[in-house]
Design a protein around this ligand. Structure first.
Ligand SMILES: O=C(O)c1ccccc1N[C@@H]1O[C@H](COP(=O)(O)O)[C@@H](O)[C@H]1O
Length: 209
């Protein structure tokens, strides 16, 4: 069954709801400028609501000091969604001992070759490239051409992101064979605010047999 991450929750009731509905991971966003950003203080209480889901800390080009604050909160997984290099990823992994995922925006096969240079990533999160004028690197609801994934041999376990919604996630899984999917804006009606019915519909559509 496909695994599901719901990313960018800011409300404790929604966190509890997503976990009860079967989300495997719940992402908390520490990215400056994002409408989904939470402070470490807010994250500490949100973390109490995750139930059996695994919490994931989404960061962009974090400093060591920023990483240390997040690790001290107890996050088992860090998602790097910036311009981190394979060397920086390996450094963060060694420094923290945590699971570290690398997110990459892709549009071509060459971008997938770049993704495969992150050999020490615990997961490759394959996303669309952000719009050119975007203030932050993800969460824009952009879909990329899934056909570029045909025949791709990922260097690590991977997951699909980028413009997924309750309406397209089943086709996305069928087209790409993605073992896991990630969504942020596709389960919002108002930017930055998750919608219960969309969260439920997304998880059900992704996990349907
Ligand atoms: O959601 C954000 O605000 C965000 C900000 C900066 C980097 C990544 C962000 N979100 C991640 O982007 C992808 C795709 O999101 P969407 O479903 O297309 O809206 C997903 O991995 C989010 O975790």
């Amino acid at each position: 069954m496909t695994h599901v991450k719901i990313c960018g929750l800011i409300d404790p009731d929604l966190v509890r709801f997503a976990a009860r509905e079967g989300a495997d991971w719940i992402g908390f966003n520490f990215v400056p400028g994002s409408p989904r950003r939470v402070t470490p203080e807010a994250a500490a209480s949100l973390l109490l609501q995750v139930g059996k889901a695994r919490p994931v800390a989404l960061m962009v080009d974090p400093t060591d000091a920023e990483v240390d604050v997040i690790v001290a909160l107890g996050f088992p997984v860090l998602q790097l969604h910036g311009a981190e290099t394979p060397e920086r990823l390996a450094e963060i992994k060694a420094r923290t001992g945590r699971e570290v995922w690398k997110a990459l925006g892709v549009a071509t096969r060459a971008d997938l070759d770049t993704a495969n240079t992150f050999v020490s990533a615990d997961k490759l999160l394959i996303d669309a490239k952000p719009p050119k004028d975007a203030a932050y690197s993800g969460g824009h609801g952009q879909v990329f051409d899934w056909a570029i994934l045909d025949g791709w041999q990922p260097a690590a376990p991977w997951m699909l992101a980028g413009g997924l919604t309750p309406d397209n996630v089943a086709s996305a899984i069928a087209a790409t064979g993605a073992p896991a999917v990630d969504v942020s804006s596709g389960v919002e009606r108002v930017r930055g605010l998750k919608d219960r019915e969309l969260v439920r519909a997304f998880i059900r559509a992704a996990k349907q047999p």
